[in-house]
Design a protein around this ligand. Structure first.
Ligand code: PSV
Ligand code: MN
Length: 424
């Protein structure tokens, strides 16, 4: 075990006095500190199995070593994160990058680490070595029914794997689209995709959801067949009540008002949840909150407002997941930072004085509305987040403990310097 309870205890003990001072100071200046801490403790963010190794670009990949070599080691890494922050209690698998060889053993290992299986993800954007048909010109949209059949069957197989693991949702992200004008008949491509999705939808168990993820561009650069939230919502509405739109923060054209998209999807009852990350230019897959933390806060502000308006449970009624690529940072440190950034934005949104905000909006008091939002955003809520970790048995400063224990060095020693995680 790289991380024992006594490591956590002695780390927390050293930082406790300073933390308590900061927490008390903050608790006295805000309302509801205990309620916020409680909500933060309940809030879990799923870790994608493909983000545990070093990511790369088409120009190169620079591994930091000690990457998980198989699904078991990926589960162990997420278990480690969860021990540190008590907020990463789920893992999301991408198939076929991660296929459990022995489902019962995989489930038992996850349970041992206190982890659940979040959404399972299908992959019809790459050709696998043993595959008969190619996805070069799309999968569910393809003009050849044999390709569509293969892609549909793959999704149904992913559902089957997910049922065995105890997942409750399937995320479908399609790279389908076209690179040049004239390549594709948009209307017919949409229709074929819809028909294919209907077959997959029909294979969903009663208590499952289908998440339809959109993306503006890449790998297709002229059109994407599920290119924006409007297109995803069209599919979801036509499919039925178990289909929802999934928002990946990096999948919009520049300057899109993501918080407005989130608000409307939520009020339509069609928001599936998130793939959290951050970006400057496109699908950069950077650490959550590293580029535009104000936007993240505004998104959470809409989430809290909209979920409360619909009487939804913050922790369980939407899918919360990270989707990132760690090209220059230690992936585990990056994921710890990402989860913390999500919790900070959530805590700040919980601080918004919603009654005052409604009054300001109803009076067209633009200045007050901005003051109310920014007052919450500019509050340093880190002591609340740390307190939630402390009360749940995690570390006051997860990255600091990860470093002081030399976790990466131990992983390199155990697994080797040149390991490569699948799915990168
Ligand atoms: C596509 O860019 C995406 O966001 C989808 O969620 C995929 O499943 C994932 O990235 C693959 O890395
Ligand atoms: Mn994604």
């Amino acid at each position: 075990m790289l991380l024992e309870k006594y490591h956590l205890d002695s780390h927390n003990e050293q930082l406790l006095a300073t933390h308590k001072k900061q927490f008390h100071f903050l608790s006295e200046s805000i309302n509801d500190a205990d309620r916020i801490v409680q909500l933060l403790s309940e809030f879990q963010v799923a870790i994608p199995s493909w983000a545990l190794g070093t990511g790369g670009t088409r120009f190169g990949r620079f591994s930091g070593g000690g990457e998980p070599r198989n699904l078991e080691e990926k589960i162990e890494d997420v278990g480690l994160l969860h021990k540190l922050n008590q907020s990463s209690g789920a893992i999301s698998l991408h198939i076929p990058w991660d296929i459990p060889e022995n489902t019962a053993a995989t489930k038992a290992l996850a349970a041992q680490h206190g982890l659940k299986f979040d959404a399972v993800n299908s992959n019809t954007f790459q050709d696998q070595p043993d595959q008969e048909q190619s996805y070069k010109f799309g999968s569910l949209q393809h003009v050849d029914p044999a390709v569509r059949r293969q892609a549909i069957d793959h999704n149904i197989e992913v559902i089957r794997q997910g049922i065995a693991l105890g997942s409750k949702s399937l995320t479908v992200w399609l790279s389908d689209g076209s690179c040049f004008p004239g390549q594709l008949n948009f209307r017919r491509a949409f229709q074929r995709t819809l028909e294919s999705l209907k077959e997959i939808y029909a294979a969903l168990p009663e208590d499952w959801k289908m998440f339809v993820e959109y993306k503006a561009f890449e790998p297709n650069f002229y059109s994407m067949t599920v290119g924006d939230w409007g297109q995803s919502l069209l599919y979801a509405n036509k499919l039925g009540p178990k289909a929802y739109t999934l928002v990946d923060l990096g999948h919009h054209l520049p300057n899109a008002n993501i918080e407005q998209i989130v608000s409307l999807l939520l009020s339509e009852g069609k928001l599936a949840g998130f793939h959290f990350n951050d970006s400057k230019y496109g699908d950069d897959d950077l650490t959550v909150g590293s580029i535009n933390p104000y936007q993240l806060f505004l998104i959470f502000n809409e989430l809290v407002e909209g979920m409360d308006a619909r009487g939804m449970n913050h922790a369980n009624d939407l899918g919360w997941m990270i989707d990132a690529s760690h090209n220059v940072k230690d992936p585990l440190e990056d994921l710890l930072q990402s989860v913390e950034a999500i919790q900070i934005a959530y805590a700040q949104a919980l601080l918004v004085d919603s009654k005052k905000l409604v009054a300001a909006q109803d009076n067209n008091d633009v200045v007050s509305a901005q003051e109310i939002l920014q007052n919450a955003y500019r509050t340093d809520v880190r002591p609340l987040v740390a307190e939630a970790r402390l009360r749940s048995g995690g570390a006051l400063q997860p990255v600091e403990l990860f470093r002081s224990l030399g976790v990466r060095q131990s992983l390199i020693k155990n697994r080797g310097q040149k390991t490569v995680a699948t799915g990168l």
